[in-house]
Design a protein around this ligand. Structure first.
Ligand code: SRM
Ligand code: SF4
Length: 587
């Protein structure tokens, strides 16, 4: 064991308990296999409760029925939520049919939930179905490795099927980065697949690691035996579209194209959105520009950033463990210098790039190769057959005839990509008949997003996904009353300050405080490069609507041409811009 680098300025404090459990887990195996046979609980015991996260699962229960069950002296109905690994969000129609069948036949809720990190979740998988579920996924060429836990999560990639050659290249990088940074332990295959081959990583080509990046552990050379201090998130972004919301992420590769060819990436590090209400030691922050790397250095750079965070991240205090806090503690220059030492080259100066927006282009668009792509707006990503709107059936019917692929977007939407002209009308007919296309959806609604929250999220303080649709009705009315029916502002709702719905990059954001109460934020921008500011705490829906209708009326009357709401809110003094987080975030 080597002495800690003094530049890391690591706190002299005992390690968090999660460090013990990772270290003692035998590379994420724990006693999960034994636990699966325990009939006394539908959940997982001891450390396994946390360890299953590294395999892409969270233990949950339905909070709507918790009190009723407890009153009947029944334990919570424990189950797991599964999150698939889907770098860049691409899935084939055959895989879709498989996941649709699993959700319908084997989950308590029957839904497929598209997440804002370009993958899907099954909610409500009972213990007996967990192992069959992983085997089912493996047969489809899918897995859920490292979609949760202290590892590099699902790697995002801008959903841009239109410029197909550039997207294909960027997507390949997202896949390669995901595979390069995956845990190498065979725990997943051993526990869930009885040691069988993992189909999703069959064509994985291992790239050698620079010596300076290696953890010293033979099994986990990149992540190390104790894995990372905290979750780690990575994106590949194709400007000018910031659909992946790069500032929510630890590590970002911004594609630089010259004369129609991808030549490398600008690297931005240290974004992240979570905080705790009133805890000034926690804060959201944007990612910092490190510099440009050519294509030959992308994987070394990714491993170098991860390894510095692995070695220098705070393992004593999980609330202070993410990359942005490490950078804050050691200093930006020191962090960059160490990344350069480890990847074996210096960053070149950042090349010019610009972001213009984040929303998906809903509807049809034709790509470079003449094929058509249909982006379906899926409110809050929830695909379920609702009365009069059999959304899940609709996607299934499209999957039955579709010859291209599906792309899950970071805005919780679904793209039917690569449709030949001859099939366009039929796919549109199915989509319309099943409520997947509706001419009444406003641009405002398309640019609104909520996290899951109740009833499945154990951390939710207030509703989000179930709150947003009716809240959006009111916002639509306010926009129309002010002549802004064709305009939008980026509106987001989180059920708690963890930040999953990315309210901390919205123009107007609500963050749950208690049932029916939210903190109201304003002043982010359309491009997603500015953190909004707290405007008012702990208020109810009518109070929020009252404030927002005043704001929208002023925006309609006083805005400059094409001025987004967030920029207007800052210019007109509704809120002061957060220019230099963390210093001015709590000011
Ligand atoms: Fe998240 C925890 C849902 C994106 C920050 N998130 C959770 C859990 C697993 C609750 C838990 O720990 O028990 C939620 C499960 C709810 C449920 O029932 O499904 C949950 N997070 C989600 C999803 C499904 C929201 C959505 O509506 O799409 C997103 C899944 C993404 C994925 O596919 O991987 C999701 N979570 C995010 C994002 C946004 C992003 O990554 O772009 C953030 C903020 C960005 C960031 O990380 O800074 C986010 N989730 C968190 C945090 C706070 C992490 C931290 O740094 O402190 C937690 C709690 C934790 O880790 O302790 C959390
Ligand atoms: Fe749950 Fe909070 Fe994340 Fe919403 S923001 S899904 S309530 S952890």
């Amino acid at each position: 064991m080597t002495a800690a680098d003094p530049r890391a300025k690591l706190p002299d404090a005992p390690l968090a308990d999660n460090e013990r459990l990772k270290d003692q887990s035998h590379y994420l195996k724990g006693t999960i296999r034994e636990d699966l046979k325990d009939p006394l609980t539908g959940g997982f015991n001891g450390d396994n409760f946390q360890l299953i996260r590294f395999h892409g699962m969270y233990e949950q229960d339905n909070r709507d029925i918790r009190a009723e069950r407890n009153a009947q002296k029944l334990d919570n109905l424990k189950n797991v939520m599964l999150r698939c690994r889907l770098p860049g969000g691409i899935i084939t129609p055959q895989q879709w049919l498989g996941i649709d069948r699993f959700a319908t036949e084997n989950t308590l809720y029957g839904s497929i939930r598209l997440t804002n990190r370009q993958t899907f979740q099954f909610h409500g998988v009972l213990k007996d179905n967990i192992k069959p579920m992983h085997q089912w996924l493996n047969a489809l060429g899918l897995d859920s490795i490292a979609t949760a836990g202290d590892v590099n999560r699902n790697v995002l990639c801008t959903s841009n099927p239109v410029e197909s050659s550039l997207h294909r290249e960027a997507y390949e990088w997202a896949k390669k980065i995901s595979e390069h940074l995956l845990p190498k332990t065979r725990a997943y295959a051993e526990i869930w697949l009885d040691g069988e081959k993992l189909h999703s990583t069959e064509d994985l080509v291992e790239t050698p690691l620079p010596e300076a990046v290696k953890s010293g552990d033979a099994t986990e050379p990149v992540l190390g035996k104790a894995y990372l201090p905290r979750k780690f998130k990575t994106t590949v972004v194709i400007p000018p579209h910031n659909d992946v919301d790069l500032h929510a992420n630890d590590l970002n590769f911004v594609a630089i194209e010259e004369q129609g060819k991808l030549v490398g990436f600008n690297v931005l590090v240290g974004g992240g959105l979570s905080m705790e209400h009133g805890n000034r030691k926690t804060y959201p922050n944007t990612a910092k520009e490190f510099g440009f790397v050519g294509l030959d250095k992308v994987l070394d750079c990714a491993a170098a950033v991860v390894s510095v965070q692995r070695d220098w991240g705070n393992r004593s205090d999980r609330k202070n463990a993410k990359t942005r806090y490490t950078i804050e503690r050691v200093g930006l220059d020191v962090f960059i210098d160490e990344v350069e030492n480890r990847m074996g080259c210096r960053f070149e100066p950042v090349r010019p790039y610009q972001f213009t927006g984040r929303g998906d282009r809903i509807g049809w668009v034709q790509g470079e190769e003449g094929l058509w792509h249909l982006t379906l707006f899926v409110e809050n990503g929830r695909l379920l057959d609702k009365p009069g709107k059999p959304l899940k059936t609709g996607v299934r019917k499209i999957a039955e005839i579709h010859q291209g692929d599906f792309r899950l977007t970071a805005n919780q939407n679904l793209i039917v990509a690569g449709v030949p002209e001859a099939q366009k009308a039929e796919i549109e007919r199915i989509a319309r008949e099943h409520g997947l296309i509706s001419d009444s959806v406003t641009r405002q609604r398309e640019n609104s997003m909520a996290c899951v929250a109740l009833p499945t999220c154990p951390l939710a303080m207030a509703e989000a996904e179930r709150f947003l649709p009716t809240f959006s009705d009111r916002i639509d009315e306010i926009m129309a009353a002010n002549g802004l029916q064709d305009e939008y502002l980026v509106l987001r709702v989180n059920g708690c300050p963890n930040g999953c719905g990315r309210s901390m990059l919205s123009e107007i954001g609500l963050v749950g405080k208690a049932v029916g109460r939210y903190n109201l934020y304003a002043g982010g921008n359309r491009q997603g490069t500015r953190i909004p500011r707290l405007f008012k705490e702990n208020i109810t829906e009518p109070e929020i609507l009252d404030i927002i209708s005043g704001w929208i009326a002023r925006w309609a009357a006083e805005r400059e041409a094409d001025e987004g709401f967030g920029d207007f809110a800052v210019r007109s003094g509704i809120v002061a811009a957060v220019e230099n987080p963390p210093q001015d975030f709590w000011a």
